[in-house]
Design a protein around this ligand. Structure first.
Ligand code: NDP
Length: 334
């Protein structure tokens, strides 16, 4: 049984483009198991845009990762040794395991799942994990979508965005999706089923939105902030809802992050703009998983993953997400 581990520690706060040297690969020894403990071999680490914020001193829903600590990350792994009846050898678990290849845990904060119920264990980090839950609760709880709504989704070829497109379509909405480049736009339309797709990199986003949503927008599921959020604000329907899921266009900007200029439209359109964080919904996970399971059974839910291999390629994997090179849920295979 391997008692050593490798882990990626945060050793400096990034500024501007994320560099490899803000992280350091360290090795160490894990202890023998005590009563109630288990040893986990980590298989996949989830790469999330918000990690760029957690590396800084910026205030967010998680405190900054302290310098010298293992980089925080959601991950899945297999139990390879156990003295905890709840998590026997061979069980798969998910949780905030960090960017490392092995750990000893007392089981607190871990959730067991059955990989045989999924097309691939990695789905526990994509549509059947926080990604799918974020799209589901963002749309249904914050966005209060209903059949017939015009729903706009940004970063629609990405992990959360692609789930949001499929859920909104399944619930009878008309979906207008934004993505960057022809390959992603084709995927969003042909595979995910969006009604209209806008390649936001081609220029006048406002004009494209007006053409795709001539009667305005009921719900905007915002993953990016910035210019796209401003263009949507100008085209709201009465009682529109803006779901603030993320603002990836501003994550590297620190205190220079730009807010929306057109927010006064919310007043005249009696609209609402509300942020949310998925950790507040974890006690309702079963509700979302049941709905997503139904969609999957009906053949209406697919998931694409984009895998980078090796702990030492973590920074590269995160840069892919921040620059749009990822196509699907970005994972790091350990
Ligand atoms: P994605 O898989 O969507 O990857 C990010 C995508 O964002 C890129 O592929 C790129 O797609 C797009 N993007 C990057 N920069 C820009 C830019 N400047 N303008 C427009 N698009 C850009 O990541 P996730 O699905 O993991 O996350 C999506 C969003 O959801 C993030 O903002 C994230 O922080 C947020 N989130 C929020 C949660 C919550 O609880 N509120 C939970 C999980 C995620 P393209 O090539 O199309 O530009």
């Amino acid at each position: 049984m391997p008692h050593s581990y490798r882990a990626l520690h945060l050793v400096a706060r990034p500024e501007g483009e994320l560099r490899d040297d803000v992280l350091e690969l360290r090795t160490g020894d894990l202890p023998d198991l005590g009563d109630g403990q288990l040893r986990v071999a980590v298989r996949f680490v989830s790469i999330d845009p918000a990690m760029r914020i957690w590396m800084t001193e910026q205030k967010s829903y998680w405190p900054p990762v302290p310098l010298g600590e293992v980089m925080r990350a959601q991950a899945i792994g297999e139990v390879v040794e156990s003295r905890n009846a709840k998590f026997p050898v061979g069980a798969w678990v998910s949780g905030m395991l960090g960017v490392r290849d092995a750990l000893v845990s007392d089981g607190k904060g871990l959730k067991a799942f059955d990989p045989k119920l999924l097309p691939d264990p990695s789905w526990a980090l994509s549509v059947f994990g926080a990604t799918g839950l974020t799209a589901y609760f963002g749309l249904t709880d914050i966005g209060a979508i209903k059949a017939g709504d015009v729903v706009v989704v940004s970063a629609a070829a990405g992990a959360v965005g692609s789930a949001a497109v499929q859920i909104a379509k399944f619930m009878g909405c008309r979906v207008v999706a934004l993505a960057g480049g022809p390959a992603k736009c084709a995927y969003v339309k042909d595979t995910l089923g969006a009604d209209e797709v806008i390649d936001y990199k081609l220029g006048d986003i406002g004009k494209a939105l007006s053409a795709a949503c001539p009667d305005g927008i009921d719900v905007y599921f915002d993953n990016v902030g910035g210019e796209i959020l401003d263009a949507v604000l100008k085209r709201l329907r009465m009682r529109a809802r803006i779901v603030l899921c993320g603002g990836i266009s501003q994550y590297g900007a620190g205190k220079d992050a730009k807010g929306p200029a057109n927010y006064l439209q919310l007043i005249s359109m009696r609209g609402r703009m509300e942020g949310f964080v998925i950790i507040d919904y974890l006690d309702r996970a079963d509700e979302a998983l049941a709905a997503l399971g139904k969609m999957a059974m009906a053949g209406k839910l697919t998931s694409k993953v984009d895998v980078v291999e090796g702990l030492d390629h973590f920074a590269e994997a995160l840069r892919r997400v921040l620059s749009g090179k990822n196509f699907g849920k970005q994972l790091l295979k350990v």
